[in-house]
Design a protein around this ligand. Structure first.
Ligand code: MF3
Ligand code: CO
Ligand code: CO
Length: 253
């Protein structure tokens, strides 16, 4: 649990978050055509690092608490924090979440999408669609005066109504010149509970939705989180700002 005070960003800081968020969205779009059977997750990583440097930005994940690569690549049963690897080759029917966080002028843009490689199973396709909708429904709850619990409740209701489960061990987070700060944004919860949202708060919403159990397990590399039953997991993420009249998605092209 992150217990530091929740920061209200100035308009000047939000403009910096917009620029970082815009670059993050463009990076995901740049990587999308490379997501094909036969590509390795390390090739995706290396192109992300090359492109980020060419834009004069930095990759926040690289060296963050010892993370060894520039992006996270989470394939199939991997929930999050998958480490790009030259021996991991994408194949037809895989799903892969690519999570990027460039730093521009000291501020972070954090966004991710799950891509489908070739022809997915019906379940994989449904899981990815439901997860994307979960992110949209979570964002739709955001406005001044709403509660953090409203976001999680909207996501959990939709995911569970479709027979899927919500990961508990990883949550959204406040973000600014710091990568991960208060508040925690759980993707499950109860309407009317939790802190009230205020204009100028900036945080991520990043639901991880599982085909089977919500329970996670950590692999021996200390980073890769997988589903306990090794069934599929999908994730989408945006960085958003609470505005006077609602919400602004900062990780937009
Ligand atoms: N981008 C991830 C998030 O959404 C965090 C990755 S931290 C890393 O919060 F160290 F694994 F890169
Ligand atoms: Co992220
Ligand atoms: Co995040």
């Amino acid at each position: 649990m992150k217990t530091e005070p929740i920061v209200i960003l100035s308009q000047r800081e939000i403009e910096k978050m917009r620029r970082a968020g815009n670059l993050a969205a463009k990076l995901l779009k740049h990587l999308e055509p490379l997501v094909k059977p036969g590509v390795s997750t390390l090739e995706l990583n290396d192109e992300a690092e090359r492109w980020t440097q060419a834009q004069g930005a930095k990759s926040a994940p690289l060296g963050y608490k010892g993370f060894p690569r520039s992006i996270c690549t989470s394939v199939n049963e991997v929930i999050c924090h998958g480490i790009p690897n030259g021996k991991q080759i994408l194949k037809d029917g895989d799903i892969i979440n690519i999570d990027v966080t460039p730093i521009v002028d000291g501020y972070h843009g954090d966004t991710s999408k799950t891509f489908i490689v070739g022809n997915p199973s019906l379940t994989a396709k449904k899981l990815v669609e439901v997860t994307q909708k979960c992110l949209e429904l979570g964002i739709a709850e955001v406005k001044p005066g709403a509660r953090i619990g409203d976001i999680g409740a909207a996501i959990q209701e939709y995911a569970e109504a479709h027979g899927f489960s919500v990961v508990r061990d990883f949550v959204g987070h406040g973000i600014s010149n710091i990568f991960h700060t208060a508040p925690d944004i759980p993707h499950y919860g109860t309407r009317g509970k939790g802190k009230r949202l205020r204009a100028g708060m900036v945080f991520t919403i990043e639901p991880m939705i599982n085909e089977g159990t919500w329970e996670a397990e950590m692999l021996s590399d200390g980073w890769t989180a997988v589903t306990r039953d090794r069934k599929l997991s999908a994730q989408f993420e945006h960085t958003i700002a609470v505005t006077e009249d609602g919400v602004e998605i900062l990780t937009r092209e």
